[in-house]
Design a protein around this ligand. Structure first.
Ligand code: PLP
Length: 746
């Protein structure tokens, strides 16, 4: 661990995710709090307390006009941008109900926040408009296709564009857009989502023909739950919320006065040319350059997904050429830097539709990182962020994540023995013998650069690259990897097999194990005549059996294969499957049987071939319909609540019981970036870094023992929970999970 990271207080996070949300500035929080406690009146009340509240409300409205350049038109307080978008869309579509267009369309930019197309589609359906909701394409740089707009806006009932994109910071040229839109349709309702433009771009809305412009307070240091909608004078309007007639009947419900007071203070700052709270464009550009330099120095090959000259200076969207976004996020998280993968606003998405629309590669879209700061960022914060990013460089090098100039001793731990590499639930296994001979099983295309680096950095000699079967859900990387790692060696059969392999400390044999597919084989790695590892592809999956209801699947053959394997395995042979949906990482033959009752009955001779076929086929059919998993299923949901400790209990356990070991199950690059021992006030030698990817290796080598007591730790408590439960299944009765992980350590 570097000194910088050791010294760092992990609680002092560097927050670089301002496009998702921002902290409330202390002076804004003061005003909000004052308004809740002192100036708390209801603006509709006629007494003095109410009048004061009303004054604050109107004063804020007038400051908003100044900030967004809206001398005319309406300024409405909303709960945020999503409500502003609803209001604009509903108002427009209700007004357009009796349109006379033959093929009406609702246009929106392809990179728009999902609130926009989803709202258009929703109200189009609810109001029965029957319009086509149509995305306006963008070019490689995220700019809207003006020719497309020119061709379609004539049929449009509404067009929605955004001033600044939340993932990339790309700003649209609103003047050009206006020219094209109005040249082809002077009357169409035009909404511009201005959420990410506030405080970053000058706006003069009432000088334009923009009809609606939503804003949101929490994107610029004001609280969540307050926003503003600008409505051009004369544009259609239907109240979205009816009730007591507040906001002149345009938006009922008692006003969120504390939020409005927060906006009041924010707008004062934005209007105050003498204030230095918000930095100048040039200063912010300097910050972005500094961060970009630190990233390039640290990670080497980086692709920025947008042109800096086209985007606001507070956003950087990039991918590290050979690291997944998860790895980069984990690293940043361990170093106390908060960034986001893709768009934090669209939860659940693991690729970016914004980058897809820009035509970027799969890799870039799946592995994008967004780093964003607010315009009130300070030079010190950015300098600290750069320092922490640079401090990751030796950690990356020591963990073979980036090709380093020289081999360091830390690399030794990376590859000797067995390592599980994963990509989206699929597993690739590496075995490195004592003489640095490498066996690769079930390689995955996305992992090729990683494996290549490992081979180069650690001086490995590739002996064989194998598949357990032709995978139906993905293209095999075997031939390609073999070509890269061992170009002079003759190709084996379709799965890469050239005959039994003898390594310095192990042998590898092949057994035909059809069942999941006709060509399925298992590879048995023997050490001292015992099968240490069984690479069985999708014949057996942790806690279950492979699917037989796919092309080439055959339950009768699976039955025979399982019996054949059972004769060769011992209870502690580690089962290394082609998928690990349960995130078990290590399961031995004995536990596997306990977890898969059907398998247990086969091995015990308690079920005939016919019975097995009937049961397996029936369960495959239901599970396939219910879960839609191609390769296999895990029948049982692991759960074991009592194995969880909260942070306080874990800390007191560690201090009261000197034999308890803190097992950090994160990858070494994450572990190295966090001062784990000092966070728990224990000596360094009581912390063991045992990443999940090396759990199977640790089990066979006896690096962890069921006799000992462990508290398992990861970032969020999820991975470690799975590992603790799994260890308990393996007989580790004193394995406990730290609930909430580092995140809830406090
Ligand atoms: N539009 C953009 C560009 C955004 O970034 C967001 C943020 O999530 C929204 C709309 C939605 O804003 P709100 O959270 O205020 O509803």
């Amino acid at each position: 661990m570097t000194d910088v990271l050791k010294a760092q207080d992990v609680a002092s996070q560097i927050y670089l995710d301002a496009n998702a949300t921002t902290p409330v500035l202390p002076r804004i929080a003061d005003v909000v709090s004052h308004t809740m406690q002192v100036c708390f009146g209801n603006p509709s009340s006629s007494h003095i307390t109410g009048i004061q509240a009303k004054h604050l409300l109107e004063q804020t409205r007038s400051k908003a006009r100044q900030v967004i350049g809206a001398a005319s038109g309406e300024i409405l307080f909303t709960s945020g941008a999503t409500e502003g978008i609803q209001t604009a869309v509903v108002s427009t579509l209700i007004a357009a109900k009796n349109h006379d267009k033959k093929k009406p369309v609702l246009l929106y930019g392809a990179t728009e926040h999902k609130a926009v197309p989803n709202t258009l589609a929703h109200w189009n359906k609810v109001l029965g408009l029957g319009a086509e909701v149509m995305a306006i394409p963008v070019d490689r740089f995220g700019k809207l296709d003006l020719d497309f707009i020119a061709a379609h806006v004539g049929d449009a009932l509404m067009i929605c564009t955004m001033a600044v994109n939340n993932e990339t910071g790309v700003a649209q040229d609103l003047d050009k857009l206006e020219q094209v839109i109005r040249a082809h349709n002077p009357d169409v309702a035009w909404m511009v989502d201005c959420v990410q433009a506030l405080g970053k771009k000058a706006l003069a809305l009432s000088d334009t023909t923009i009809d609606y412009a939503p804003f949101s307070g929490h994107k610029l240091y004001a609280p969540k739950g307050i926003g503003v909608l600008y409505i051009r004078q004369g544009s259609p309007y239907t109240p979205f919320i009816a009730g007591g007639g507040q906001e002149g009947g345009m938006r009922s419900g008692t006003e969120n006065l504390p939020g409005i007071a927060g906006l009041n203070e924010l707008f004062s700052l934005l209007n105050d040319a003498a204030s230095d709270v918000f930095k100048s464009h040039d200063t912010l550009e300097g910050y972005r350059r500094a961060l970009a330099d630190a990233l390039e120095d640290t990670f080497g090959k980086i692709t920025f997904h947008h042109r800096f000259e086209d985007s606001v200076p507070t956003t950087l969207n990039f991918s590290v050429n050979e690291l997944t976004s998860k790895e980069v996020m984990d690293l940043f998280d361990a170093a106390g830097i908060r960034v986001s993968g893709g768009s934090a606003c669209s939860s659940g998405a693991n690729r970016s539709f914004v980058l897809d629309a820009m035509g970027l590669s799969n890799w870039q879209s799946e592995n994008a990182i967004r780093m964003s700061f607010g315009p009130a960022a300070s030079e010190e914060e950015i300098a600290e962020a750069c320092k922490r990013i640079r401090a990751l460089k030796p950690i990356l090098a020591a963990n073979c994540l980036v090709i380093s100039d020289s081999a360091t001793s830390g690399q030794e731990a990376c590859a000797m023995g067995l390592t599980q590499l994963r990509h989206q639930g699929a597993c690739c296994w590496l075995y490195v013998s004592a003489a640095r001979e490498l066996v690769v099983i079930d390689p995955i295309v996305e992992l090729i650069p990683r494996i290549e680096k490992l081979v180069v950095n650690q001086g490995l000699k590739t002996v064989v690259v194998l598949d357990t079967h032709i995978h139906q859900e993905r293209i095999s990387a075997r031939a390609l990897l073999q070509e890269i790692l061992m170009p002079d060696v003759e190709e084996g059969n379709d799965l890469g097999w050239n005959g039994p392999v003898t390594l310095a400390d192990a042998t590898l044999e092949r057994v035909a194990t059809p069942g999941h597919s006709e060509d399925s084989v298992s590879y048995l790695l023997r050490q001292n005549d015992k099968v240490a590892y069984c690479f069985c592809g999708d014949l057996i999956l942790p806690g279950g059996l492979g699917n037989t209801a796919i092309a080439g699947g055959d339950a009768a053959k699976m039955y025979t294969s399982l019996i054949a394997l059972a004769e060769k395995l011992s209870p502690d042979s580690v089962i290394c499957s082609g998928h690990d949906y349960q995130q078990c990482f290590a399961i031995n033959w004995q536990t596997q049987q306990q977890q898969a009752p059907l398998l247990k009955r086969v091995v015990a001779g308690a079920i005939s071939g016919e019975e097995f076929v009937a049961e397996k086929s029936a369960s495959d059919d239901t599970l396939q319909t219910e879960k839609g998993v191609l390769c296999g299923y895990v029948d049982n949901a692991f759960s074991d609540a009592h194995a969880e400790l909260d942070a306080a209990t874990a800390k007191s356990k560690l201090s009261a019981e000197p034999d308890v070991v803190l097992l950090d199950i994160r990858e070494p690059y994450e572990h190295d970036a966090t001062p784990v021992a000092s966070l728990f006030g224990i000596a360094d030698n009581r912390v063991l870094n045992m990443p999940l990817s090396r759990m199977a290796d640790a089990l066979t080598k006896g690096l962890i023992s069921p006799d000992n007591s462990y508290v398992l730790l990861c970032r969020s408590g999820n991975r470690s929970r799975q590992a603790a439960v799994n260890l308990r299944l393996l007989g580790f009765d004193k394995a406990y999970n730290l609930k909430g992980g580092l995140a809830l350590l406090g």
